[in-house]
Design a protein around this ligand. Structure first.
Ligand code: ADP
Ligand code: ADP
Length: 226
């Protein structure tokens, strides 16, 4: 689903990624870990074609990202849902509208939207908050809305960039359960995190980056002392 082959991205003399190769299958759940400046954001930006690789191949599903024209980039991004540490919800839209908006952008019919949004709000456990505004919700609830928005169009890949970074441990655990549940329906998940406790507990595949190099790729542990 996500295959990097000998990918290099330089920022002038700075290494973003160097000769990075990694293969993530459909349905995998992968933690991407490493110190600040290691290249994690570079990895994510390359997947989304927010930046271009200098060399190598990046395949996302059926797309060779390095060969995509600008016109085709929106099609690629539609296959990828993304959630962030800071939620990034639209403050003037309700929960319902925030999630529905992701379908409206793709010109889904009102009928489809009316059917699907309540389903997805129920899946993430916030049906009772549909008419609230983001600032009326707890952080954990806001992240649930963000996840609902990210998955409503059935992306093949869900990228979660430090999704528990603003959450207390119990709330974070609830979000991890939700991500695990989404993963079990077949969505490939790539999660960037510094949360050692979560990584150690979940026994998923861990890809570690340091100074632009993939230094470890195995099941199990976070592997760094914070
Ligand atoms: P991480 O997300 O793991 O913190 P990044 O991918 O942001 O790491 O950065 C990897 C390396 O690339 C770092 O050395 C960083 O300073 C450098 N870098 C990232 N973006 C830029 C940029 N726009 N210009 C120059 N150097 C950059
Ligand atoms: P229209 O009336 O234009 O056909 P809809 O009936 O789909 O549009 O929705 C109108 C508004 O009602 C939406 O913007 C949304 O905020 C709200 N809404 C619709 N269904 C729900 C729901 N199940 N829960 C909360 N709000 C809803």
């Amino acid at each position: 689903m996500i295959t990097f082959t000998d990918v290099t991205k330089m920022y002038g003399d700075n290494v973003g990624l160097e000769n990075a190769s990694v293969d993530i299958d459909k349905g995998d759940f992968v933690f991407l870990v490493g110190p600040s400046g290691a290249g994690k954001s570079t990895f994510i930006k390359l997947i989304l074609k927010e930046i271009d690789a200098d060399s190598g191949s990046i395949r996302i599903g059926d797309y060779e990202v390095t060969q995509l024209s600008n016109r085709e980039v929106p099609q690629l991004r539609r296959k990828i849902g993304i959630v962030f540490q800071d939620f990034r919800l639209l403050p003037k839209k309700t929960v319902y509208e925030n999630v529905a908006f992701a379908m409206e952008i793709l010109h889904r019919s009102k009928r489809q939207i009316r059917k699907r949004v309540p389903q997805i709000l129920s899946l993430v456990g916030i049906s009772d908050k549909a008419d609230r505004y983001p600032q009326e919700l707890s952080a954990g609830e806001q992240q649930r809305v963000a996840i609902a928005r990210a998955i409503i169009n059935n992306p093949k890949v869900l990228i979660a960039d430090e999704p528990t970074g603003n959450l207390d441990p119990d709330t974070a655990s609830g979000i991890m359960e939700l991500l695990d549940q989404i993963n079990m329906t077949g969505t490939t998940i790539l999660m960037v995190t510094h949360a050692k406790d979560i990584v150690d507990r979940m026994h998923k595949r861990v890809v570690a980056i340091e100074s632009g190099h993939i230094v470890r790729d195995e099941f199990g542990q976070y592997g760094y002392e914070e």
